[in-house]
Design a protein around this ligand. Structure first.
Ligand code: FE2
Ligand code: FE2
Length: 173
């Protein structure tokens, strides 16, 4: 329990947070105007969240469902990348929430695969799709003058390229 400033009553954290959001909406509309984004950009951010949730589960289950010596050698890498993807989902969701959108709780379609080669094929495809989508978001955010969203996605896109490099190098001789 915390005491909200200047309101004289005890509130829990979530109530206190709602209080702050309502005050921003009611009293300082100019502040809210600063975070206006197009519907297209908000939709793309939500598609990006669905994608991050998808690969986070996809890679973690690929980590769990390991079999064979080859798979054992990379299983921990699947887990590490899965955690990075979850952090991407969090970062994008925070940005979408700030811009006035509501983050989806639905992951995109998950493809785990039944052997290492099949798993890696799905993962290379997922990373490529992410790279293309995030380039589109970077371009649109720049067009709309949304510097923070652009920079967030530049950082994430660079990490997706690292993942793509990792997955594509697995079967190189
Ligand atoms: Fe990601
Ligand atoms: Fe990735």
């Amino acid at each position: 329990m915390v005491r909200a400033p200047n309101c004289g009553s005890s509130l829990n954290f979530s109530t206190n947070f709602r209080y702050v959001r309502l005050k921003l909406g009611d009293v300082t509309p100019v502040l809210r105007k600063m975070s206006v984004a197009s519907t297209k950009l908000l939709d793309l951010l939500n598609q990006a969240i669905a994608r991050e949730l998808q690969v986070s589960i996809q890679y973690m289950w690929q980590h769990v469902q390991r079999k064979g010596v080859e798979h054992y050698t990379v299983s921990e890498d699947f887990k590490k990348i899965a955690i990075v993807e979850m952090k991407h989902a969090e970062k994008i969701a925070e940005r979408l929430w700030y811009l006035g959108g509501k983050p989806t709780i639905q992951p995109g379609q998950i493809f785990v695969g039944s052997n290492l080669e099949e798993m890696v094929d799905f993962d290379v495809k997922a990373e490529l799709e992410a790279i293309n989508m995030y380039k589109e978001i970077i371009e649109l955010a720049a067009k709309e003058g949304d510097v923070a969203t652009k920079e967030i996605f530049e950082e994430i896109e660079a990490e997706e390229e690292e993942h793509h490099d990792f997955f594509t190098s697995l079967f190189e001789k």
